[in-house]
Design a protein around this ligand. Structure first.
Ligand code: COA
Length: 376
């Protein structure tokens, strides 16, 4: 038994009213509304309002909120030039991290440690509005495609799909992505949210906080897992090869992407929603092989390790079935989580205290004199 909390496991570092993650019961709610209820009855815009403003909007509030989002989509020329000149083979998460950071250069509202929460809320909304445009514009630019002007007649999910394809998205595709956005919108003190909170708690600015968060989300143990799932399914190739693949991973202590969770000890409550959508979409495409392989992996991991699928396990198949390129999966996670990161930053600013844990020192016990360089 360790005398410290490695990886801060089990440590409660702050209070939050935003999302309640019930790891033993497999439940997730945002400000007292179950995600099951929210995905049935609310759009991602309503959920973002809930997170940013602490209440579900009425019709007039929703309209004003949507209009502000839609009218704040345009990104500065300097960011567009960066997206057009960035290497075509760059990791889109690196491009997003840099693009979001650049937004802070020109947003005069982004003041260090600004106590004006109403001004901060507009910065938060602006980030939600612009993040998908950065992702989609880079995706187009790297293919040598034109960058269509942003529109103000589409929802967040619809607008992103329109920008990456250049075509009017179907209502079904919009609904699918909208649900995925809601399911990823917030999740307690996950690693990237922690990064955002640590950064803003130094009284840095909004852009610095979400830039930290994007860098943290990129890793394969966090948001990067959804890309890993599709790579893994491609590598396995066929249903009859799943058992041997899982055996090999377990024997060699290799992690299976999309399985396991630090907090959920039962099924991640977001997974069944994504699973349902993945089954429907792959059936429609006549490609049920992906979901069959996934289900077999999930069964084996449950039986052999008592580990369950997490949010990334089925979201990968959902995005794949929507025709979204694999390296945009994690950026899509960032687009959704931008709602939560910004809400958490707003909340941190309400009652902030610098995060400064300790480390257990395990270096040399005794001091040594510094030897002259010729004797080292
Ligand atoms: N595949 C295989 N074994 C896994 C596993 C996975 N995905 N996740 C956990 N395990 C095993 C570990 O090897 C360890 O086994 P051991 O006790 O025999 O050594 C045990 O389960 C505990 O794992 P640990 O890594 O200590 O759990 P954690 O709480 O630190 O990690 C994750 C949680 C999410 C980082 C981990 O489950 C993981 O790496 N999953 C894959 C990446 C992923 O899907 N991330 C997205 C999370 S939403």
């Amino acid at each position: 038994m360790s005398d410290y909390a490695k990886g801060l496991e089990g440590v409660i570092a702050n209070e939050s009213a935003l999302s309640k993650v019930e790891g033993l019961d497999g439940r997730l709610s945002y400000l007292g509304y179950s995600i099951d209820d929210l995905v049935e009855n609310c759009s991602f815009e309503e959920v973002t309002h809930l997170l940013h403003r602490g209440k579900l909007p009425n019709a007039a509030e929703l309209l004003a909120f949507e209009q502000e989002l839609q009218n704040d989509r345009e990104i500065p020329q300097g960011v567009i030039e960066f997206l057009q000149s960035a290497p075509k083979d760059a990791n889109p998460m690196d491009v997003l991290r840099t693009g979001v950071s650049m937004l802070g250069l020109t947003d005069k509202r982004a003041k260090i440690g600004d106590p004006d929460q109403e001004a901060n809320r507009h910065v938060a909304l602006s980030l939600v509005a612009k993040t998908p445009v950065i992702v989609a514009y880079y995706h187009r630019a790297r293919q040598g495609l034109s960058l269509p002007p942003v529109r103000n007649d589409l929802s967040e999910a619809g607008h992103f799909l329109y920008l990456i394809t250049g075509e009017e998205p179907s209502a079904a595709a919009i609904k699918t992505l909208d649900v995925a956005y809601t399911l990823h919108a917030d999740h307690g003190m996950n690693a990237s949210t922690f990064s955002a909170r640590v950064t803003i708690a130094t009284l840095s600015d909004f852009y610095a906080a979400v830039t930290s968060a994007i860098g943290t989300l990129k890793g394969p143990l966090h948001g990067g897992a959804n890309e890993g799932v599709i790579k893994m399914l491609n590598e396995i190739g066929d249903l009859d090869k799943v058992d041997a693949f899982v055996e090999d991973c377990l024997a060699n202590k290799k992690k299976i992407m999309g399985i396991g969770h630090r907090v959920y000890k039962v099924l991640d409550p977001r997974a069944p929603h994504l699973q349902k959508m993945a089954i429907k979409l792959t059936e429609e495409l006549g490609e049920s092989k992906w979901i069959e392989m996934s289900e077999r992996i999930a069964t084996l991991m449950r039986e052999k390790k008592g580990l369950n699928a997490n949010v990334d396990f089925y979201s990968a198949t959902v995005y794949y079935s929507l025709g979204i390129p694999t390296d945009l999966f994690t950026p899509i996670f960032a687009i959704s989580r931008m709602a939560g990161w910004t809400a958490q930053v707003l909340e941190q600013l309400e009652d902030s205290r610098l995060y400064r844990p300790l480390t257990k020192y395990v270096g040399p016990a005794e001091l040594s004199p510094v030897p002259p360089i010729s004797e080292r």
